[in-house]
Design a protein around this ligand. Sequence first.
Ligand SMILES: Cc1cc2nc3c(=O)[nH]c(=O)nc-3n(C[C@H](O)[C@H](O)[C@H](O)COP(=O)(O)O)c2cc1C
Ligand code: SF4
Ligand code: SF4
Length: 278
Amino acid sequence: MRIGIFVFSGTGNTRHVCSAIKEHLASAGHEVSLSTMCDAGKAAGFDCIIIGYPVHAFNAPRPVISFMKKLPNGDGKPIFMIQTSGEALHMNAAASLRPMQIARRKGYRALGAFSYVMPYNIIFRHSEEMAARMLETAKRRAPHDAAAIARLERIPVDANLLDRAVSLILRIEHPAMPIIGQHFRTTDSCIGCGRCALNCPQGNIMMAESRPVFGHSCSGCMGCAFTCPEDAIRISILDGWRVNGPYGWDGEAATDDEVCSYCRRSYLRYFHKYEDNQ
Ligand SMILES: Cc1cc2nc3c(=O)[nH]c(=O)nc-3n(C[C@H](O)[C@H](O)[C@H](O)COP(=O)(O)O)c2cc1C
Ligand code: SF4
Ligand code: SF4
């Protein structure tokens, strides 16, 4: 099967999960391509499509929705969603409903969504141990999920009425983020390296006199603020939630006692589900 994986990833988590899935599909003999969401027309060349994205405010990010609207007619082709989120909350499931709905309208056979929990890139920083456990769980899951994709298995999306309502309300993030993003600023510690401009998936940052200038198409991915080597970016009204610096993936995984207290039960449920089932 020719499989096309299209990924939107601000800080690398979704790309990481999708790359792992790609490797397992490829080693099972499939022809797999992984690319960013630049050219929706490319989807016509595949037998099966995978759309990868981070959950933003219980929704798929705006660029993902725009990309999906540009997909060519699906003609009954299977399509899956792979989403990553910082929390193991049930409500995150609702994020896949809109992309799945668009896919169906375009004539795809929307078979479902895989939800991975990965380290938070906004609100608060997970401990290195938590991050390592998330990565370990993702590694454990990836071969099974790749096999389910290859079998074209249905992956039910379990979102209740409350999840759907909250997701719908928080879709306000889509028009809000470009406005908030215009007010991103840099501090004097900016060294003008241009890394933020180079990596912005929206091409929303221009360098002028060795300083970033933020435009009008921010998607709130946090790629710039998260990866700035000087922690020099201030993200306007969201600044209290700023998380800076990549996670060191090679730490020891957290034990149950060390799982952070925030939403502890949901994280443990997630870890144990993939420890027990696989
Ligand atoms: C603007 C924004 C909103 C987010 N909203 C949620 C959310 O509703 N639920 C959640 O569990 N994680 C949320 N997250 C965390 C990300 O989904 C998570 O860290 C994800 O793995 C990041 O993926 P990436 O590195 O591919 O961008 C949010 C992150 C950002 C930047
Ligand atoms: S990545 Fe940071 S230090 Fe480099 S130009 Fe952007 S804001 Fe300045
Ligand atoms: S400006 Fe920063 S947060 Fe906005 S889309 Fe670009 S990298 Fe992402």
